[in-house]
Design a protein. Structure first.
Length: 567
């Protein structure tokens, strides 16, 4: 059997797009129905060049970091390829972040520029960034304002030089998208070619902030090669080709969107379709039907929302063939409905983590449904996977539970400016330790059985309790707090908080949520709150969170949900 050699191995993301634009020039590349935006591969490649010139004109150097904060919008997509084309590093910022989280990422990532949208739903991004960056004004840029603002000089964020608004009117001190593009006209074609030629496949090209067990988010540094090889093999598992039309409602800021979605489409010449700037079940169903989607992505909660939406009509979804469900375990009944009612008979399950670029294992299109609901598939080609005893490091055999570790093209370079955290995640032999417990079946397929690390996965969003705990400890009435995940029918897991108040202090659940609102992402705000006098502890004083979780399951009557989520 001849081994497939990925054509993307050894090239950059910029090179890859140019080749795809040559091969698939007149094929439709991207579709944003909500923005009335449709471009062929040739047109899209030209637009990426325009944005690349703008970045060079902005003074973004090779290896410098560019933060992008927004929902699924065309400019976000253009920046993903343009930063890669000039050798800059794109820092993806969760659109659900609030001021404390944005401030942390801007500072920790050493971003020299921030691109953002103006607002989404009740979130005013411009006001939030102006609140974080004291040197920016809350006033709209007027006629008297300079057409091109001077370089930003921020005391709190010394590396940050520019703030550019991708969508909407900028505030004073910010640059608008049209002005940004106009400035790029002065960049010569030769200058862009030189920057592109200087890029190497092993260069870091993306920093994705990911959850951990302690401290704040860590920025995983991913290279051209990490991302392209991962996307190539993911697409191969789904048998994607140039005739596929991919409906991708998952967020760009996450690897699910920008790797499994964006790069898989560009590598294969498929059409990438973004139904809305944020997941909307009705818009997604409409996109599948109107544009003859053959591929659908989502976390289980998204599929549940679509299957139960009033506009769901299986007769309008007959074009579907495959896709990916990932982010959290899939209930067997939901998978059966996706196959039988949505028609995605070849849908696959993927497992991974950001630090692995992200997919480690995936089922294949011809796997029986039993494997697609009871396992997370087998390793991608050229990735090694092993299970080790978390205590001894001993390598384990089939049907033995251990920590899943991986070695190969997907493993990140490390966490940005966090050498100690990197050393904990990647051992001396290069193996990435996932923190997830799994067993390997004799057929080579893996089952995820639990987590070593204290992470909560709510509707596909990874949440680490320590960040929430540290935030809540800033409240003057709170003496101690423990955050745990509890089973949930809709989100698989949700957040519970046990809080011990200071002597004579008073606090209500509503007070707590008001304190969190606008400062923590909505999905990090505890759904369940209990005020307690003490925590279950070990003899050394360590809080026993498993006992808190068990108590909450009993108190909330979630035993049946817990059994389902563990199935």
């Amino acid at each position: 059997m001849t081994k497939t050699v990925p054509w993307v191995d050894g090239i950059t993301i910029g090179n890859m797009l140019r080749k795809s634009a040559e091969i698939h020039a007149e094929r439709e590349a991207v579709v944003f129905p909500e923005a009335a935006y449709r471009l062929t591969y040739r047109q899209f490649d030209d637009e990426v060049d325009r944005v690349s010139r703008g970045l060079i004109a902005l003074g973004v150097a090779h290896g410098e970091h560019v933060a992008v904060w927004g929902t699924n919008w065309p400019e976000w997509l253009l920046l993903q390829f343009a930063t890669a084309r000039i050798g800059a590093v794109m820092v993806t910022v969760n659109p659900a972040y609030r001021t404390s989280e944005l401030s942390y990422v801007l500072k920790q990532s050493d971003a020299v520029a921030l691109f953002l949208i103006d607002k989404f739903r009740k979130s005013n991004y411009l006001e939030m960034v102006a609140e974080c960056v004291d040197e920016l004004s809350h006033e709209e840029a007027g006629i008297a304002s300079p057409h091109i603002p001077e370089l930003l000089r921020s005391e709190k964020y010394p590396k940050l030089r520019r703030v550019v608004v991708m969508k909407g009117k900028p505030l004073a001190g910010m640059l608008g998208w049209r002005d940004f593009l106009d400035r790029g006209r002065a960049t010569a074609t030769e200058q862009l070619a030189e920057r592109e030629a200087a890029c190497r496949a092993g260069d870091p090209i993306n920093i994705q902030y990911t959850s951990g067990t302690t401290g704040f988010p860590k920025g995983a540094m991913l290279t051209h090669r990490n991302l392209l090889l991962n996307a190539f093999w993911i697409a191969d598992c789904m048998k994607l080709g140039e005739h596929d039309r991919m409906c991708v409602p998952v967020p760009f800021y996450h690897c699910f969107g920008c790797v499994l979605g964006v790069l898989c489409a560009a590598i294969t010449g498929a059409t990438l379709m973004i139904p809305a700037e944020h997941f909307d079940a009705e818009a997604t169903l409409r996109c599948i039907a109107a544009d003859d989607a053959t591929v659908i992505y989502g976390v289980p909660t998204m599929f549940i929302a679509m299957l139960n939406h009033p506009t769901f009509d299986k007769d309008k979804l007959t074009s579907l063939r495959t896709g990916i469900m990932a982010g959290s375990p899939c209930p067997i009944e939901i998978m059966k409905r996706v196959v039988n009612d949505m028609g995605a008979s070849e849908i696959t399950i993927a497992y991974g983590l950001t630090e692995a670029s992200p997919v480690i294992t995936q089922t294949r299109t011809d796997d029986p449904i039993e494997l697609r609901v009871t396992t997370v598939g087998r390793p991608l080609p050229d990735l090694q996977v092993k299970l080790v005893d978390p205590g001894t490091g001993e390598v384990l055999g089939d049907n033995q539970q251990g920590e899943l570790c991986t070695l190969g093209h997907g493993v990140m370079l490390g966490y940005y400016n966090m050498p100690e955290a990197t050393a904990l995640a990647i051992d001396a032999d290069g193996w990435l330790h996932s923190g997830d417990l799994a067993i390997r079946l004799p057929n080579g397929y893996y089952k995820i059985t639990g987590r070593i690390k204290d992470m909560i996965c709510r509707g596909g969003e990874n949440i680490y309790p320590r960040e929430i705990e540290e935030f809540l400890l800033g409240h003057p009435a709170i003496q101690d707090v423990a955050i745990v995940g509890v089973p949930d029918q809709k989100y698989v897991e949700d957040i519970a908080a046990w809080i011990k108040l200071k002597a004579d202090a008073a606090l209500t659940e509503d007070d707590l949520r008001t304190y969190c609102k606008g400062k923590l992402a909505h999905f990090k705000i505890p759904r369940y709150v209990r005020f307690v006098d003490a925590f279950p502890q070990t003899v050394t004083g360590k809080i026993q969170k498993f006992k808190i979780r068990d108590a909450m399951i009993k108190d909330l009557g979630l035993d049946d949900v817990a059994k389902t989520s563990m199935a």
